[in-house]
Write a protein that binds this ligand. Sequence first.
Ligand code: ADP
Ligand code: MG
Length: 229
Amino acid sequence: MLKYQEEKRKMQAETQNSFLQAVFETQESERKRLAVDLHDSVGQVLSAIKLNLHRIDKLSGNAENASTLLASTRKLTDECIQEIRNIIHNVLPAVLIDFGLADGLKDLCNYVQQNTGIEVNYSQNLNGARFKPEIEITLYRMIQELFGNAIKHAQASVIDISLSKEAELIHVNFKDNGIGFNKESIIHGFGLKNLQSRSQLIKADIKIHSIIEKGTQTTITLNINELDN
Ligand SMILES: Nc1ncnc2c1ncn2[C@@H]1O[C@H](COP(=O)(O)OP(=O)(O)O)[C@@H](O)[C@H]1O
Ligand SMILES: [Mg+2]
């Protein structure tokens, strides 16, 4: 009996440990992404602005050149503001937090369609239902990763995404019509690993099905009451 209890305690500790490890890795890669985003976008633009200002200072005797530089600097500033908005949108999707998953995803779909030219078809039947924050945020992050992959790797022209609720189950179906990939021959990045660890966090089941030259389909299913058990 004692031995059994000891075994059970050990197993629980191990589960807890890998759970925390997954949370930690997810947060770390989130931070890494934020740092890379800031460096690549805002950092670059700000450096250009600084250089321009330095040159304007030197040119102050030459009014015409100075006004050209000022116009270009203003444009850079606008770009910078837009980049910051994009990053904030990524890090903290306000619509998601305030209005929930269905509206958050709608916003994300519009954003992707407008910024990539990919046709994004979205449907949902949630009727305004809200879920625990960890479910909403985790699913949203997973779908962000799926969008990222479809945009970066798939060369897709159409993405279909549906979010549905049937009794206690939530289903997400995400499909691109891109080039597909072979699980054995890809270099595993953080993204696919993160999808697995995030689905473990919310006890969801994730299946990725990809066919070369046909596209990739990912389904995520979870029971909204499962997290409490
Ligand atoms: N939707 C997709 N279409 C085509 N290839 C994909 C898709 N998703 C993932 N892949 C392939 O799987 C690899 C690993 O993806 P991932 O783990 O998300 O890493 P990353 O996106 O950082 O490269 C990608 O580099 C790509 O080759
Ligand atoms: Mg990825």
